[in-house]
Design a protein around this ligand. Structure first.
Ligand SMILES: [Zn+2]
Ligand SMILES: [Zn+2]
Length: 297
């Protein structure tokens, strides 16, 4: 199971109810923080999550609402005995940005910080990989996908039918190898199946561009900004954003399973149903999250 926790769901200006952006993707021991707006440390505390468990930080772009919490988190990790290598990934400019940040707020840091400017598939682990795609926001900006690769599973019903008991031969099947059991040959493809991939895509702060649909294609969760409603289309364009209706149309085209709206403007706080309704009109399986909501996939 992958758990996505929304630690901040505001846009540029945080409100009483909404903190700057932060999305935590948890899978086993992996905790990937996507963007780190102001106030993120307290959001971790309130959510009863430990920032020392963070394994990677992915930054979409360098606007304040996405990075103002970084220096605080980095310093807290330093005084909390963080022992891991902290990988920070971002678009072009992230290396220089982190270097300047560490110069501006000097602190004793005994853990290693590795910063990488990324595009395309940039991390491949045993069970998942991470991908970045360039967005259009008037500055270098990345969208990210977390993809848990479908594993080969044994079809227990078929095993029972064929009276194949447990044993080391099942490990062979899991590896996709054919087996011999009680002098009979069995093909792995007949006794196993491969799960679907599980994909979570995060697209924050961008105008509509032709790269989004292929990038979020078939995602289980398509997490999108919702800074502007359709009635402010011109303003959205002027500020290099898309509207919720744009996001919903992309969700439909890309055949995603669920559209998750975040990065919500305070102008919609009193009528969230309206903005969610705009999305639902084009893509019914849309939700709008608030701080500390989590979604299990
Ligand atoms: Zn933003
Ligand atoms: Zn921005």
């Amino acid at each position: 199971m992958v758990r996505v926790t929304f630690l901040g769901t505001a846009d540029q200006i945080p409100s009483v109810k909404r903190n700057h952006t932060g999305i935590l993707v948890n899978y086993n021991e992996e905790n990937i923080l996507i963007d780190c707006g102001e106030g993120m440390q307290r959001q971790f505390r309130i959510a009863r999550l430990n920032p020392c468990r963070i394994t990677k930080i992915l930054i979409t772009h360098l606007h304040g609402d996405h990075v103002l919490g970084l220096s605080g988190i980095l310093q807290t990790l330093a005084v909390s005995g963080y022992k891991k290598v902290l990988n920070i990934y971002g678009p072009k400019g992230i290396k220089e940005f982190i270097r300047k940040l560490l110069d501006t707020f000097p602190f004793r840091c005994e853990y290693e910080i590795k910063v990488e400017e990324v595009k395309g598939k940039f991390f491949t682990g045993e069970y998942f990989y991470l991908e970045a795609e360039e967005m259009s926001h008037g500055c270098y900006c990345n969208a990210y996908s977390f993809v848990k690769v479908g594993q080969r599973r044994i079809d227990k019903v078929k095993l029972k039918k064929l009276k194949i008991d447990a044993g080391p031969h099942l490990q062979e099947l899991k590896k996709g190898k054919n087996i011999k059991y009680k002098d009979k040959k069995y093909l792995a493809k007949d006794l196993t199946y491969v799960e679907d991939d599980l994909k979570i895509s995060v697209v924050l702060d961008t105008t509509v561009n032709e790269r989004i649909v292929p990038f979020v294609k078939n995602a289980n969760l398509f997490i999108s900004e919702s800074t502007f409603g359709a009635e402010l289309k011109e303003k959205a364009l002027e500020h290099n954003h898309m509207t919720v209706v744009d996001a919903a149309k992309i969700a439909k085209k890309a055949k995603v399973k669920k559209l998750v709206l975040t990065h919500v403007s305070q102008r919609y706080e009193a009528n969230l149903k309206d903005i969610l309704g705009q999305a639902k009109e084009f893509f019914p399986d849309s939700v709008l999250v608030k701080d500390f909501d989590s979604i299990d996939v």
